[in-house]
Design a protein around this ligand. Structure first.
Ligand code: SAM
Ligand code: SF4
Ligand code: SF4
Length: 393
C-alpha cells in the first residue's frame, strides 16, 4: 500500500528561503559571544516538584552533552575548512567541563525529569577516556529510579576501537553519521583522509555488541550527495539498521546554507519509494524528531528528520550543554547560559539551588526557531548563531 497521503502531514513550516550564511571565515572560537547568567530561582522554585514545563508546555526530557568541539572530519555543512582551518582556536583544555562536572550537571538535570543523555560533539570519541564518563553517567538514576538512556552520536571512525569499552561502561545505543557509500563522495563530504571502510567497521562493531537499535544519519544536500540516497538505502536494507535522512539545516553561521541545497524529505521519500515502496509506521512518540517509514516488503525501516520543511518544535524536549558548560535551549540559539561558573564556585552551590535555577530557565523557554523560520516572527538575523560542532546535534 502506498502511504504517501495516508495521514495528514504534520504542520508545515513554510519553505521560504532565508539568507544564506555569511561565507567569510571567522577566526577564534565560533561559540556565541552572548553569555547570560542562569536566572535566579523564582520564589516557589525550590519548593516545586521536578518535571517542569516550559512556556509552551513542553517537558524537559533530553540532555545533549557536547564533550569536545574538535573533530577529525570537516563536513562542509558543519565545520567547513574555510572557518575551521589550521588556525582555528578550539577551546583550551581548562575550559572544558571535567567528567565530574558533566556528571554533576547530568544528575541535576535527571532530578528535573530528564531521561535521555546523548553524548555528542564535535566528534565525541576524540575525548580521551570517554568510557569513564559513560560509566559515571550510567550510575545515575532518573526520577523513577531507572538508569538514564545513554546514547552517543559519532562519525564512527573511532568506534571499532572504542565500542567494547563504551558498552562495558554502560552505553546503550549509538547513532552513526554517514553521508555517502561511494569512497570519493565520502571523502568530499567529510573533507578528511578517512575512509568509508573505517565507518562501516565501526557500525559492524556496534552491531556485534548490540549497541542498538542502530541508526545511521545521512545529511542530504541537493546536488552534493543526493546520488548516495539509493546506494545507502540498498546497503542498510535488510540489516536491521535504520537509515535516517536529515534535511540540511541552517544551523550556525559558517556553512553557507542555502535553501537550494535542501532536499526536502518528501522528495527523498518519493525517490526511495520509487525503488523500494514504503509504508508509514503508526504514530510517533512525543519528542521524536524522526518520522519512521517501513519498507513494504518487510526489509526494515528508514526515517526522515525534516527540521526545515516540517518543524517539530511543538514537542521539542531537548536542552544542550556545551563543551565549556553553557546551556542552550535551542539548536539555533545565539545566546547561552553559564552553568560552568556555578559548578566551579569556590563555595559550591548545592545541587538543589542549581536545579532551581535550571527550572527557572526551562520555565521561561519559548524557542521554536524552525517553526518561525521565514515568518515575520523569526528572530532577527543579526545575532550570530552557535555552531553545530560546538553544541552537538
Ligand atoms: N561528529 C558526530 C557526528 O557527526 O555524528 C557528532 C556531532 S554532529 C554535529 C551530530 C549530527 O549533526 C550528525 O549526524 C551530523 O550529520 C548532523 N549535522 C551537522 N551539521 C548539520 C547541518 N547543517 N544540517 C543537518 N544536520 C547536521
Ligand atoms: Fe565532525 Fe560530526 Fe560535524 Fe562532521 S557533522 S564535521 S563529523 S562534528
Ligand atoms: Fe527544538 Fe529549537 Fe529545533 Fe525547534 S528549532 S525543534 S525548539 S531545537
Amino acid at each position: 500500500m502506498s502511504e504517501f497521503s495516508a495521514r495528514p502531514p504534520r504542520r508545515h513550516a513554510p519553505i521560504i528561503p532565508i539568507a544564506a550564511s555569511p561565507a567569510a571565515p571567522v577566526p577564534g572560537n565560533l561559540a556565541s559571544p552572548r553569555l547570560l547568567p542562569l536566572p535566579a530561582p523564582g520564589e516557589d522554585a525550590l519548593a516545586s516538584a521536578g518535571q517542569p514545563l516550559d512556556a509552551l508546555a513542553r517537558p524537559l526530557r533530553d540532555l545533549r552533552i557536547s564533550v569536545t568541539d574538535r573533530c577529525n572530519f570537516r563536513c562542509g555543512y558543519c565545520m567547513p575548512r574555510s572557518a575551521f582551518g589550521r588556525d582555528h582556536a578550539f577551546l583550551p583544555h581548562g575550559d572544558l567541563l571535567s567528567f565530574e562536572e558533566i556528571t554533576r550537571a547530568a544528575r541535576i538535570f535527571l532530578s528535573l525529569g530528564v531521561r535521555k543523555l546523548r553524548l555528542t560533539g564535535g566528534e565525541p570519541l576524540l575525548r580521551k577516556d570517554l568510557e569513564r564518563l559513560v560509566g559515571q553517567l550510567a550510575a545515575l538514576r532518573t526520577l523513577d529510579g531507572t538508569p538514564p538512556d545513554i546514547t552517543l552520536t559519532t562519525n564512527g571512525t573511532l568506534l571499532a576501537r572504542k565500542a567494547r569499552a563504551l558498552k562495558d561502561a554502560g552505553l546503550r545505543r549509538v547513532t552513526i553519521s554517514l553521508d555517502a557509500l561511494d569512497e570519493a563522495r565520502f571523502r568530499q563530504m567529510s573533507d578528511s583522509g578517512l575512509s568509508v571502510e573505517e565507518v562501516l567497521a565501526g557500525i559492524e562493531a556496534a552491531r556485534q555488541l548490540d549497541l542498538g537499535p542502530l541508526k545511521v544519519n545521512m545529511v542530504v544536500q541537493r546536488g552534493v550527495n543526493d546520488d548516495q540516497i539509493l546506494p545507502l538505502a540498498r546497503h542498510f536494507r535488510s540489516t536491521g539498521i535504520a537509515l535516517r535522512f536529515i534535511e540540511f539545516m541552517d544551523v550556525g553561521a559558517t556553512n553557507r546554507w542555502d535553501m537550494a541545497h535542501v532536499l526536502p524529505s518528501q522528495e527523498v521519500r518519493a525517490r526511495l519509494h520509487a525503488a523500494y515502496p514504503l509504508q508509514r509506521i503508526g504514530s510517533q512518540p512525543a519528542g521524536e524528531t524522526a518520522e519512521r517509514w517501513a519498507y513494504a516488503d518487510g526489509q526494515g525501516e528508514v526515517a526522515f528528520i525534516s527540521s526545515v520543511t516540517q518543524a517539530f518544535c511543538g514537542d521539542c524536549n531537548r536542552i544542550r550543554l556545551s563543551t565549556e558548560g553553557r546551556l542552550y535551549t535551542c539548536l539555533f540559539a545565539s545566546q547561552g547560559h553559564d552553568l560552568r561558573s556555578l559548578l566551579r564556585q569556590a563555595s559550591p552551590e548545592p545541587d538543589a539551588r542549581i536545579a532551581a535555577r535550571l527550572l527557572a530557565l526551562w520555565q521561561t523557554r519559548s524557542d521554536r526557531y524552525s517553526q518561525l523560520r521565514g515568518t515575520a516572527q523569526a528572530p532577527a538575523s543579526g545575532a550570530r548563531r552557535i555552531e553545530m560542532s560546538y553544541i552537538g546535534g
